[in-house]
Write a protein of this length. Sequence first.
Length: 132
Amino acid sequence: LYKFYQFNAGLYVYTEDGKENNSENDDPFFLVTQLPLEKFMSAKTVAGMMLAKAEEYGMTNQEVKNQSNEKLNGYDAYRAEVYGKMNGKNSLIYMCTVVKGDLAIVMQGIAKKDIEKNLEEFKKLAATVKLK
């Protein structure tokens, strides 16, 4: 179960049970941030910009699966699963971007182990999003 761990540099970080991650163990984590939305941008556009950064963080052999543009809690949303390798290990980035007005909420779950289990947890956490 993912719980709030810390807020740092505009990012909310959620970890398993809200405990500090051990980077050597490739522990999964979930990030939430908000970004201003330009008029021409959609949830998918924002997600694409964020996923382009995945390669900068070392994800190779990216394959995007299960993309959807559908409402999430009444908000326009884009969701995708990006599979690839990070540090030679099979990895997942779960991306969920929600937009309301001139604001985008970007959620990313990153897992390098127990991928299917973590994907389900990432989806559950993203489904709790509420905007004021």
